[in-house]
Design a protein around this ligand. Structure first.
Ligand code: SF4
Length: 330
């Protein structure tokens, strides 16, 4: 029996190269070793979304990118969180065993309160309980996380432990699979690549679109003129070469140091590398996009498979909690 991995991602539409060299490639690799459940957490997204107009399209575009990048619906369950309503029931039941003080001390809750003081909704406080319900509902044993997410997983483990000790063991305590994912900075060279900061490069972009974005990237701030020697070690364009032009980084570094290549030419090389690396991905994406209803079919099948697991778990939870069940009335 392979261990089950659970991972959730908010629907963010077309994926960027930060998502690609980070989470998506890791998702693809995990499929060979684990039984993977990948969930698009649309309910989580509602805690911060101002409007929901874009949700459907964002889910569609994101799943298309995942599939084209190699997440295989035959191997993994890919589904939308709200399509399996048992998660909201488990969220409510787990909230009864979770002290409010545990939730109020979560750093991301405090950050969100600062970021959206006019919308401190209940969902923000309960966010870690819903995350725990996501993992626990599918009896997730392994959760891929970065170092920064370890405290969240520890809270999920505490909630699960508390439930198991009060009502009897139902859930495995999820273990972290620390993933040393590369941090990809955005085109500003300062902040993590993110669509909301508009410092990103879409993986589905054409060479033209990629070139336009790369040309706007910040480089070595000390290199003001073409004749100035550059410092690739502080240049974000160079960091991106490490991912996309690995065979030429030595040559590019020495040309930059010696001012024999200008930033515009260096960026042209990068744009071409990104584009040619992603060419097979774009072809697969176009082919999948031409199959009407394919993404919906993958998500419907994923929801069916996820719901079958969820229904068994929630039955077990209700029994352990000694709830009077509807079926007991017959
Ligand atoms: S030549 Fe390339 S590596 Fe050097 S500073 Fe310019 S963009 Fe960066």
């Amino acid at each position: 029996m392979r261990k089950r991995v659970f991972s959730g991602a908010r629907p963010t539409g077309r994926q960027h190269i930060g998502n690609y060299v980070g989470a998506i490639q890791n998702y693809v690799a995990l499929q060979d070793e684990y039984d993977c459940v990948y969930c698009i957490v649309d309910i989580h997204a509602l805690t911060t979304l101002e409007n929901t107009e874009c949700l459907r399209e964002d889910i569609h575009e994101m799943v298309l990118d995942w599939l084209a990048a190699g997440i295989d619906p035959q191997k993994s369950i890919i589904f939308v969180q709200s399509h399996v309503p048992q998660v909201t029931e488990l969220h409510t039941l787990l909230s009864m065993v979770t002290p409010l003080s545990w939730l109020l001390r979560v750093p991301t809750f405090k950050e969100k309160v600062k970021m959206q003081p006019d919308n401190v909704n209940y969902g923000l406080v309960g966010y870690p309980v819903l995350q725990t319900a996501d993992i626990a509902l599918y009896k997730g044993e392994v959760v891929p996380v970065g170092e920064d997410q370890l405290p969240h997983l520890e809270l999920a483990r505490e909630i699960v432990r508390r439930f198991n000790s009060l009502f009897g063991v139902v859930f495995p305590e999820p273990q972290a699979k620390l993933t040393n994912l590369p941090l990809v900075l955005g085109l500003d060279g300062v902040q993590k690549m993110s669509k909301s900061l508009n410092n990103h490069i879409d993986i589905a972009g054409s060479l033209e679109e990629i070139s336009k974005r790369v040309m706007a990237a910040v480089t070595d701030p000390a290199r003001r003129y073409r004749s100035d020697p550059g410092h690739p070690e502080v240049c974000n364009v160079f960091r991106l070469h490490n991912f996309f032009t690995p065979a030429r980084v030595g040559e590019i570094a020495s040309q930059c140091h010696g001012a024999s290549v200008g930033c515009v030419d260096c960026k042209k090389i990068l744009a071409e590398s990104i584009s040619s690396n992603l060419e097979p991905f774009r072809e697969r994406r176009a082919s999948l996009a031409s199959r009407p209803g394919y993404v919906n079919q993958v998500l419907a099948d994923g929801a069916d498979r996820a719901e079958a697991i969820a229904e068994e778990t929630i039955e077990e939870v209700r029994r352990k909690m000694k709830l009077l069940q509807r079926a007991d009335l017959d």
